[in-house]
Ligand binder design. Structure first.
Ligand code: ADP
Length: 258
């Protein structure tokens, strides 16, 4: 059996103000999985995703990426692990007044010295890579368009292309479709699914709709009050369980029982 691409070992997170973010999470994610993370607001989904690339530090335990601790890594090692993890966000996080090409190229910064990245001296190989990535999300014709001239869905696909040129093993998607309409949502999720299938990049995503989870995810994990309380392959999840997850019953049941 191969090493899991992501492994949580007894991970807890308590924020500075004492709020519990995560409670003793143990989780293994294998390469190529497409994981939907579900839970009520405040359940810890975002904290879980952000602890994978250490955008959020953890209080206890360890997070291993391909067998190596990202929590203990420093300097070059940390940079190397981090660039293997792409992330997309609800608000896209693009530089709005820059071109699509520049935005995508910025995904490559983890491979450059600080000076070179400040000067924006990207190699022609990387420019070709950026255009390849844009082709994958069907935006090759927008290379020189300013990011803020694109629709929300197009901006999110530029953000996906930006992660792709990192050559990531993992893409984390924190509420990536929360501000998109259903049509655009489909385009963005189709792109992520294609990337998952063709490039075998592992995807972890917050998904708020059971239809979308059924259609795109290979596994569903559920969080409640910072604890992992549900973990099943999609083919083992019955319709009624999926209903219960998404109407919140499973995710809040034991709050009242405990
Ligand atoms: P979700 O993504 O499921 O909505 P979060 O991971 O954002 O949940 O939050 C989990 C818990 O941690 C919530 O109680 C939230 O209020 C709290 N939390 C999140 N970020 C912070 C922070 N920076 N400081 C203090 N508490 C936080």
């Amino acid at each position: 059996m191969n090493e899991p691409v992501i492994k949580f070992k007894n991970v807890s997170k308590i924020y500075d103000n004492g709020t519990l973010g995560l409670k003793n999470i143990n989780l293994e994610v294998n390469s190529g999985e497409f994981i939907a993370v579900v839970g009520l607001s405040g359940a810890g989904k975002s904290t879980l995703l952000r602890s994978i690339n250490q955008l959020q530090t953890i209080s206890e335990g360890d997070v291993l990426i391909d067998g190596e601790s990202i929590v203990k890594a420093r300097g070059k090692k940390l940079r190397t692990i981090r660039r293997s993890i792409g992330m997309i966000f609800q608000n896209f996080n693009l530089v709005k007044q820059s071109s699509v090409l520049r935005n995508v190229l910025s995904g490559r910064i983890g491979y450059y010295s600080t000076l070179r990245s400040i000067l924006g001296l990207f190699s022609s190989t990387d420019k070709r890579k950026a255009i390849e990535a844009l082709k994958r999300v069907n935006l090759a014709e927008k290379v020189y368009t300013r990011a803020d001239e694109l629709s929300g869905g197009q901006q999110q696909r530029v953000a996906i292309a930006r992660t792709l040129i990192q050559d990531p093993k993992i893409i984390l998607a924190d509420e990536p479709i929360a501000s998109l309409d259903p049509m655009t949502t489909k385009l963005v999720l189709d792109d992520l699914k294609k990337i998952n299938d063709e490039l075998k990049i592992t995807i972890m995503i917050n998904l708020h709709s059971k239809e979308l989870a059924r259609k795109y995810a290979s596994r569903i994990i559920g969080l409640r009050s910072g604890e992992l309380i549900y973990d099943k392959k999609i083919e083992d999840v019955t319709e009624s369980q999926l209903d219960e997850i998404y109407n919140g019953n499973i995710l809040q049941k034991e709050i009242t029982n405990e």
